[in-house]
Design a protein around this ligand. Sequence first.
Ligand SMILES: [Zn+2]
Length: 339
Amino acid sequence: MSESALSAADLTLYDPFDGMRFGPEACFLCGTPTTPPQDTVPVFADWLMDRYQLRERPIKLLDMRIVTYQELRIACCARCRTRHVGPLEAHVEAISRQGVRGFRELDEQTLFLWLGKMFYGILITELLNQQNPLAVPQYPLAENAQMLRRFQAFFQPLQALRVPMSYDDFVPASMFVLETDSAQDELPFEYDDDLSTLTFSIKLDETVLVACLVDNGIIGQAMRRVDADARRPLHPVQVAEFKARLYYAAYLLNVVPDYFPRALKPGDQEVIMDSLIDDVTGTIFNPWENSAYAQSLLEMWKRWQIPLERIVADPSRPLSYLYDAHDQPRYLSQYPEAG
Ligand SMILES: [Zn+2]
């Protein structure tokens, strides 16, 4: 597409929250009427489902209903499929073949959009599911005002998936690219999320992507040192600890960014998005509590069955596999450790 082919309509933002249009009848990116099932895109792209044999794999929703990965789909019109979602998936598929290096070199907006599209799909599935009167949600998302506010904020920069857009001086999310030690790791694919904080993680072979999608990089700043120290092949138990830190930090995050598209002038080729975080009226993070963080560790370490008593043996210093007693990065050649 040439620059001149851009019409004013291409720069029009879409607001699905006006009328809460999240169902199968409207394209998630532009609102064009859609006809399921052909006007849909998979939440987990075909290349992902093929590579990791996900189609028949079950995924448990919040209401305990089990669906398969291939059943998770988002309404998407033909134009958005071929012009926006398709090219994004093709691009990420190509760079994913370079593994961790490919993802680390990927520009932040593309990574945000790719992760954001998947997360959006999961969130919408859960939201629509909970509108089903027969569903018994574990916790009703639609009644969670804070979560809806976050979701609404997240959708603004996500529109860069369709509308040419640059973020002025911010990155919408905190995103981390971790690497597992392939000699100690047998899980090719893993996915988990916390919808209420817009936090999630996806593992593709030795690459683990972990993100909070609506913090304008605040958690990334707060975890700068942990991230720098974790730039080495990690044992999966260390990756799980990193995730526990991020998920807990996202839970403590007390602010939601506001986004403001600048008014368009004739001839503009893109939307410039400004963002503001109101940190005057409140603290950015609620206070860190080791006992609550230990619960996050317990959850993330479930696979290794590490008991809570061991995690909080020293209540002032929860168990860590990323750092040793002197706060230096720990190298774990095996787990459990010998001796
Ligand atoms: Zn569309």
